[in-house]
Design a protein around this ligand. Structure first.
Ligand code: SF4
Length: 195
């Protein structure tokens, strides 16, 4: 639409007459110019990204850890708290699963009694490979406060292999998150070895 010379002059004059504060506000509302940029790998290898297959697999595995929802004693309450929105494990790709057949990490959260030991082993065996175990808390690590109780297993590593030990009685959610990050590093370091 064409604007006549008189109208344009009137508009410019009206703009000039605006108070300084309004003109500053208008300047602040000018949209930011965005430089789309280019990912560095696209500059080095346009359209191509080379990565070893085992590294890609390990990256996928470490970024989508699915622990089994399974707790044994008071440490399980801290584990449940870690899954809640305040700590938000989802942002690490960590989603609890209700079945060992869809899980790749077992968190031993609590006291392992000799009565419970066979069930812990059975659940571990039902998990598909590759699989990992986090021992959470003093009880699972070495019997904790129950070192003199003959009916308590003195460390779950007597029954199944453990990858990460999280100390504490109980460990805080931050400690469990630290354990997950340690496990992610381990998965990346052991890439190519996991079946
Ligand atoms: S380590 Fe402490 S908090 Fe955890 S299960 Fe044992 S007694 Fe309970």
């Amino acid at each position: 639409m064409e604007v006549s010379g008189d109208v344009a002059e009137e508009t410019a004059a009206a703009s000039a007459e605006r108070p300084e504060s309004i003109r500053r506000e208008e300047l602040r509302l000018i949209p930011v110019e965005v430089d789309a940029g280019k990912a560095i790998y696209r500059e080095v290898l346009p359209g191509i990204m080379q990565i070893p297959a085992d590294a890609a697999l390990a990256l996928a595995r470490s970024s989508s850890i699915w622990p089994m929802t399974f707790g044994l004693a008071c440490c399980a309450i801290e584990m449940i708290a870690t899954y809640m929105s305040h700590y938000d494990l989802d942002r690490f790709g960590i989603f609890p699963q209700a079945s060992p057949r869809q899980s790749d990490v077992m968190i031993i959260a609590g006291t392992v009694t000799k009565k419970m030991g066979p069930s812990v082993k059975l659940l571990y065996e039902q998990m598909p490979n590759p699989k990992w175990v986090i021992s959470m808390g003093a009880c699972a690590n070495n019997g904790g406060p129950y070192t003199r109780y003959s009916r308590v297993v003195q460390g779950v590593d007597k029954l199944i292999p453990v990858d990460v030990y999280v100390p504490g009685c109980p460990p805080r959610p931050e400690a469990l998150m630290d354990g997950f990050i340690a496990l992610q590093h381990k998965i990346m370091e052991e890439r190519g070895k996991a079946s």
